[in-house]
Write a protein that binds this ligand. Sequence first.
Ligand code: 5RP
Length: 265
Amino acid sequence: MDWGMKNRLSQIIKDDGKCMLLPIDHGYFLGPTSKLEKPGETIKPILQYADALFVTRGVLRSCVPHDSNVPIILRVSGGTSVVGKDLANEGITTSIKEVIKLNAAAVGLSIFVGSDYEHQTLMNLANLVNEAEEYGIPVMAVTAVGKELEKRDARYLSLCCRIAAELGAKVVKTYWCENFDKVVNGCPVPVVIAGGPKTDTELETMEFVYDGMQKGAIGVNLGRNIWQNEHPVAMAKALRAIIHKKAAPKEAMDIYNETKQKGKK
Ligand code: 5RP
């Protein structure tokens, strides 16, 4: 692996081999998602807890301070919307020149395995890897399911993750599921856990993240369960403890409650 690629990967995956990635890219197909209407305001209190920010070029340029030292993973796929025909019908939206211009540490795109656009999105990944490798830029593949959240089981997700790795993704982001070790063990590159819709309780989030970490994930890429929470700083600190300090869900809940009581949002 070349120095540039290693350097970029080490910006987002910390010395302990773990990472807490913060996605705020939802607007690229969902529009002004609840609590992300003003992304610049949303990230202000929590950016310091993120190891990298997953964001589109538009929100990066308009809402993220240019002197921020949080590494950027640029979301480079899109072209669909939640009210359109099929969320899977994505293309690549951002040129490699833009990625370099924006000083991104990595790029991310979605693949939709099993959808009508499986081939198209897998070729998006393969072509992006061909281009990004030329410049030492790591690609993170997101195993997306569109509106079909029920697809998220170990059999399907292990298929998606393995295909993403085979096509050259350096990191794969996928949903947590029962028997998550099956997903991680079948994937030869690091796996990060995606969040999905906000859970009913904070403990549920702590538990699935902890379980995923125990089963071999290197971290999370988790958005709504942090910034849609009433206390995003408390959530971010608690999850950081699970990821970087091996805290158990109960310890993480103590951190959440203490931070909340101290009046930190
Ligand atoms: C959508 C994405 C988003 O980055 C990610 O899934 C959103 O995070 P969360 O589900 O935790 O809010 O890739 O496909």
